[in-house]
Design a protein around this ligand. Structure first.
Ligand code: F6R
Length: 242
């Protein structure tokens, strides 16, 4: 595991965008796994800028997002579809047919999970997966206790996750209780993983995930078992590492 410690959020975002751009420049048909949340927003901004400057071309890139809320249509203002459109897809030269997120309003959520897993496999698997980390160590929406062999599945969100994500909604009551998420095995099958974290509030969980025991109690700790993980932290998120 390679750990890069940056001065601040801006430097973390720039460093992450450069790694993603390098991946795409070395393989224009790269399959990217993408995350939502606050952490990757700066990285997406940098990628948009690089795309506009002609430094990275998304025309053959394929993407699969980690997760989507159950019950939110893709046009819902709080859906992850919308988040991705607004933060990345609307501003880069990616082909719409190459963009994938789970459908949170599919008639059969079980079938949707299976179909999502199949689409990832048919695309040849994920070359580079971007991850953020929840305060409880979740990756995707794989909350503590999720088995390491899990594939894309329907998850019940933990109370702490509902509270953390309520900042995007009018009130915690509006946050959906369920989501579709890639499983831990789905994430671990990616060739390379880039985990980003910033801020003091992530310091403790980053220390547990990177240096603590590998346990389903801290889902991100499974990354210690992956052969190609790069972790990019700002100084605050790295402040509890020895
Ligand atoms: C988002 C996702 C989540 C977030 C995590 C951190 O697609 O899967 O695991 O990465 O909740 O969120 P932020 O970045 O908002 O702190």
């Amino acid at each position: 595991m390679k750990i890069i410690i940056c001065k601040n959020y801006e430097e973390m975002s720039q460093t992450a965008a450069e790694i993603v751009a390098k991946q795409i420049n070395s393989n224009p048909h790269t399959v990217l796994g993408l995350a939502t949340g606050s952490t990757p927003v700066g990285m997406y901004k940098n990628l948009v800028k690089m795309n506009k400057e002609g430094k990275v071309d998304f025309s053959n890139v394929v993407t699969f997002n980690l997760d989507e809320y159950v019950g939110l249509d893709k046009d819902h203002p709080c859906s992850y579809h919308r988040f991705m459109d607004e933060n990345l897809f609307n501003h880069i030269n990616i082909k719409r047919e190459n963009v994938h997120l789970p459908n949170g309003v599919a008639p059969s959520l079980e079938e949707e999970c299976k179909a999502y897993e199949k689409m990832i496999a048919q695309a040849g698997g994920i070359n580079l997966q971007i991850l953020g980390i929840g305060h409880n160590g979740h990756i995707g929406f794989n909350e503590p206790g999720t088995p390491f062999h899990s594939l894309t599945h329907v998850v019940e969100l933990a109370q702490r996750t509902i509270e953390a994500n309520s900042r995007f909604f009018n009130s915690p009551d509006e946050v959906p209780r369920k989501a579709i998420s890639m499983g831990i095995k789905t994430i671990m099958q990616a060739q390379k993983i880039l985990l980003l974290a910033s801020g003091k509030d992530k310091a403790e969980i980053i220390s547990k995930a990177l240096h603590g025991p590998v346990t389903t109690d801290v889902p991100a700790s499974v990354l210690q078992l992956h052969p190609n993980v790069t972790v990019i932290l700002d100084e605050d998120a790295a402040s509890a590492l020895d």
